[in-house]
Design a protein around this ligand. Structure first.
Ligand code: ZN
Length: 330
């Protein structure tokens, strides 16, 4: 059966197209959870995982998962920027707008304003709201929960995904038209999950993310009887002053063999910068502090001032210039 459409749109010279969503569980009660991915059309990990999660939850409802039961209503929107997914575009293809700069949206507005409005209306009634991203084409993020000036309940529930890192951040005061800002006005509890890199599908990150979402649903009494793995990693909570962005001081080819999630000691090698013409080694990039490597640059063409890596420290670090958090990954 075809899932219902959040919004139906027409185009001058092609068939109409829909943004589909899944509304799973009893329609007599308000949704307990709303999950959203693909606001940026090239962030494929979240789109894939939410489509898989919707299929799984439906199979639970249909009795195909013995011993498991869905106790609450769940809304899943796997691909908000549905045309962007088809064209591998972060932005809305027709007019180049970033849907995550269009909230709260407007029902009688331009297409992306209407999309934002429809997404907000569909997710507003839920108590838990989860927005999934995958950084950008240049950078890979360890699957992690991001909290923006959270309350204590959000801090506590963020741990229930069982992901290695929960990272607290300030609200972005530059871009206030994100879904995160709009959700905050609605109350409830709101989470952003960052997982992997845009433009590619990363099965390892996808499996981890799927497990995290099922664990969260289970621990909040939304899904019963799911077999959870007992080898969950330790959860580490990083406050506002515990993120260190490592910024490049020279240009060249950046090469790293490290995977995200690696624990670094101060002085450990993160990667190398080579001269693009001569191939000479220009620089060993070393960790200035110890901590968890929560993100690393995968685009080799490196300019001065580019973000190379993010390290989550167990201790407070001086707050760096975090402009990348504003322009990227959200
Ligand atoms: Zn994004």
């Amino acid at each position: 059966m075809k899932p219902p459409a959040l919004l139906q749109m027409t185009a001058p010279l092609r068939e109409d197209f829909d943004i589909v969503y899944h509304d799973i569980g009893s329609s007599d009660v308000a949704p307990r959870v709303a999950l959203v991915a693909g606001i940026h059309g090239d962030e494929l990990n979240g789109v894939f995982v939410l489509a898989r999660l919707a299929a799984f939850l439906k199979s639970v409802c249909e009795g195909q998962q013995p011993g498991q039961r869905l106790c609450e209503r769940v809304v899943v929107i796997p691909a908000v920027n549905v045309l962007g997914v088809n064209t591998r575009s972060r932005r809305w293809p027709f007019d180049g707008t970033d849907i995550n700069r269009m909230f709260p949206g407007y029902a009688a507005g331009e297409t992306t304003q209407r999309i934002a409005h429809a997404v907000l209306e569909r997710t507003r009634p839920a108590y838990f709201r989860i927005d999934i991203h995958s950084s950008n084409l240049d950078f890979e993020e360890l699957p992690q929960v991001r909290l923006y000036e959270p309350n204590d309940s959000e801090r506590r529930h963020a741990r229930e995904f069982g992901l290695t890192a929960v990272v607290e951040r300030r609200m972005n005061t530059v871009f206030t038209s994100t879904i995160g800002h709009a959700w905050r006005e609605c109350g409830g509890e709101n989470f952003v999950i960052q997982a992997g890199q845009a433009g590619v599908l990363q099965p390892g990150h996808c499996e981890r993310l799927f497990r995290a979402l099922v664990t969260f649903l289970h621990r909040n009494g939304i899904l019963q009887g799911a077999p959870l793995s007992h080898d969950d990693e330790d959860v580490h909570y990083f406050g506002l002053q515990q993120t260190f962005p490592l910024i490049s001081e020279s240009a060249g080819f950046f090469v790293s063999r490290l995977g995200v999630g690696h624990w670094l000691q101060a002085g450990d090698l993160i990667g190398q910068v080579y001269d693009g013409f001569h191939g000479d080694l220009r620089l060993d990039v070393r960790a200035p502090i110890g901590g968890l490597l929560s993100g690393i640059r995968r685009q080799p063409l490196l300019f001065e001032g580019d973000l190379i890596a993010r390290i989550q420290s167990r201790h407070s670090v001086p707050e760096g210039v975090d402009t990348y958090l504003h322009g990227h990954g959200q």
